[in-house]
Design a protein. Structure first.
Length: 345
């Protein structure tokens, strides 16, 4: 009896420790995000004090800084937060649900499909703005539906979904290469700028739509977060524990794909954010206490920090996607080596 009580006390102590660590990580990410937002709003070609920024945001009639702060920096900062959060959250959902750290929207073809749709609109239709935005979202949605239903032939299989997704990724990348091959120089330049993943030129109407989609989709993911953790145990275990697997998986996939599609349509495919956020969030909170929200928070911080580095740290200004790509590639190599050592291939 005494040993049983001791075990319960030990478990409760571990739970309190994990919760404390989780709250600390939340607080650190929030502080970092606030600091980076302040830097993005104040630092640039012209430095504006925080007082000036607050006054402009409050609607006071200022002689200087109104255009730069409201038209250039505010949309850029908000897009960085929301897209980073969306990519990180969605990536964590894919990796947890499919039980594979490589299974993120980039790898299984969703982001590639969004890119193919946008490049098609830019290069073939010679369109821009809302047409590119809509084409990007439509291509991602159609591809996600095809991947999901092809993976359910006879019986759902996580491995089949990943393999089908990788196939679609190759197909979409080939389509992008073909469109760039037959396009004219002006359209190709615009398509390449879009594909690099950048916060340049983001406007508030796109940010408002992105915010609306995030507000609608995130609650669904949070509601099914417990089911998501159970799905990580496997299909049979989840069914045994009373999870409606098809319903949970379908809603999680739909919400995550919408987040990724709209975020990609807004800024272009920002490399490796959805891939990096989940595993690093698990390391920060402890492997048994991970959360899609922490992954989303890390994604937001990563995008804001990468954009600051790309804009301020070099003589040439680099898009945020270039910096996240430089950060993500070494981590991918490390993860592949670690998985190989543990026999996960």
């Amino acid at each position: 009896m005494t040993n049983h009580i001791d075990h319960i006390a030990l478990i409760e102590k571990g739970q309190k420790k994990r919760k404390k660590r989780y709250r600390i990580v939340e607080a650190v990410l929030l502080v970092l995000a606030v600091i980076l937002c302040g830097l993005m709003m104040t630092v640039g070609n012209t430095f504006y004090s925080l007082k000036t920024v607050v006054q402009v945001l409050a609607g006071k009639d200022m002689e200087h800084g109104v255009f730069a702060i409201l038209t250039l920096r505010l949309p850029r900062m908000m897009a960085g937060i929301i897209t980073g959060f969306s990519f990180g959250l969605a990536g964590s959902v894919f990796q947890t649900m499919l039980r594979n750290p490589l299974a993120n929207p980039n790898i299984i073809g969703i982001t590639s499909a969004s890119s193919a749709g946008a490049v098609f609109c830019i290069v073939i239709l010679h369109a821009g703005g809302s047409v590119v935005f809509g084409g990007s979202i439509l291509a991602a949605a159609v591809t996600a539906i095809l991947i999901y239903f092809l993976s359910k032939l006879k019986k759902y299989s996580t491995g089949r979904l990943i393999l089908v997704g990788i196939g679609f990724q190759a197909l979409m990348n080939s389509a992008v290469s073909y469109f760039l091959l037959i396009g004219n120089a002006n359209d190709i330049a615009g398509a390449i700028r879009w594909m690099s993943g950048s916060l340049n030129g983001v406007q508030m109407p796109s940010v408002y739509l992105l915010l609306l989609v995030t507000v609608v989709c995130v609650p669904f993911i949070l509601y099914y977060s417990k089911a998501l953790k159970i799905l990580e145990l496997g299909e049979e275990s989840a069914i045994t524990m009373g999870v409606h697997t098809n319903q949970a998986r379908g809603i999680l996939l739909v919400a995550s794909v919408i987040l990724v599609a709209v975020a990609t349509a807004t800024t272009g495919p920002i490399a490796f954010v959805s891939f990096l956020s989940g595993p690093i969030a698990k390391r920060m909170t402890g492997y048994g206490n991970s959360s899609p929200v922490i992954a989303g928070g890390f994604g937001a911080v990563l995008v804001l920090a990468a954009d600051m580095i790309g804009q301020q740290a070099f003589a040439i200004r680099f898009p945020v996607g270039v910096i996240t790509g430089l950060l993500g590639a070494p981590y991918l190599i490390y993860l592949l080596i670690r998985m190989n050592r543990h026999g996960e291939f």
